[in-house]
Design a protein around this ligand. Structure first.
Ligand code: GLN
Length: 297
């Protein structure tokens, strides 16, 4: 089945366009594809470039949210909402209207707040060690690293994220200096993983009995709900319609898809659609959901 999806993906002409606003990502060829699926019986299946590390970008927000809920639990929700935004991932418009309380933890402003929580009382190195440590534990490998060039590249062009962080600060919703929180956020986004590793890291969210279950079932349920409603920004409704599973995308072209109690799925293809979600990755997720009947609906 995975081979069929792979072959079908390579028959397409339009791969979308890699993220242009982070120069290090703009150079990645768009016609790359990988998919990994970890099943409840412990088996993991891979197709395509499943051992090529890619920039996980906003997929990291799932792990920083898990770490934040582990650290301060429901207190997070006084600073961040739980509703879909209907706006792009880096939009400023709602933040002004809603007085500096981001709609959800997956739009950039909301993720900057969760990173700020992890940073409080610590150095950026320690906050990053917690996120990286969580991902490594979940994937059962130490071979996951931060690409400093990607982090520096985003820092040099990240004017919008700087605007968001300063806006949060002006509303008293940032505990640390904007530069420190942003530096930590850019580094967490610059974590590189293969689809093989990302699918392994998703097992705890899928509540599979295999692998280390570090994320509590209660938090996993909530994170999945947010992935379903907010994980693809203003493309979340369409993803739920086409795939019917919780998913979190990143502008590096990665998508983590969870079939609760059934499978953890990681997909990568760097060309993006107009929402900033992987074009081929979204198609592949829809094909897999159709072929397996794994939709939660
Ligand atoms: N680092 C990226 C940004 O903040 C993450 C966005 C994304 O993957 N959607 O713009």
């Amino acid at each position: 089945m995975l081979r069929d999806i792979h072959d079908e993906i390579f028959r397409q002409d339009d791969w979308g366009t890699p993220a242009q606003y982070i120069p290090e990502l703009a150079n990645v060829p768009s016609n790359r594809f990988a998919m990994s699926v970890c099943l409840a019986n412990g088996e993991c299946l891979n197709v395509g470039a499943a051992d090529d590390p890619f920039s996980i970008q906003s997929v990291s927000k799932v792990f920083s949210l898990a770490a934040t809920l582990g650290r301060i639990g429901d207190q997070l929700w006084s600073r961040v909402g739980r509703e879909p935004s209907g706006t792009s991932f880096d939009s400023v418009v709602l933040l002004e209207r809603e007085k500096g309380r981001p709609r959800n933890p997956f739009v950039n402003a909301g993720a900057i707040v969760t990173t700020d929580v992890l940073l409080s009382g610590r150095q950026p190195k320690q906050a990053l060690a917690e996120i990286l440590g969580l991902v490594r534990t979940l994937a059962e490998t130490d071979d996951i690293h931060i690409n400093e060039r990607v982090a520096a590249s985003e820092k040099s062009t990240g004017a919008r994220n700087k605007a968001l962080a300063h806006y949060l600060q002006s509303h008293g919703n940032l505990e640390n200096a904007p530069d420190l929180t942003l530096g930590t956020y850019f580094h967490q986004c610059a974590i590189e993983m293969t689809t093989r590793q990302l699918a392994l890291a998703g097992r705890s969210l899928a509540r599979l009995a295999t692998g280390p279950n570090v994320i509590s079932p209660r938090h996993a349920r909530r994170i999945n709900a947010l992935m379903m409603t907010c994980g693809h920004y203003d493309g979340s409704g369409e993803f739920a319609y086409q795939v019917g599973l919780p998913g979190k995308s990143g502008v590096g072209g990665g998508i983590l898809v969870i079939a609760p109690k059934v499978a953890s799925i990681a997909i990568w293809s760097p060309g993006l659609n107009h929402y900033g979600n992987s074009h081929a990755g979204t198609r592949a997720a829809a094909m897999l959901a159709r072929a397996t009947g794994w939709s939660v609906f």
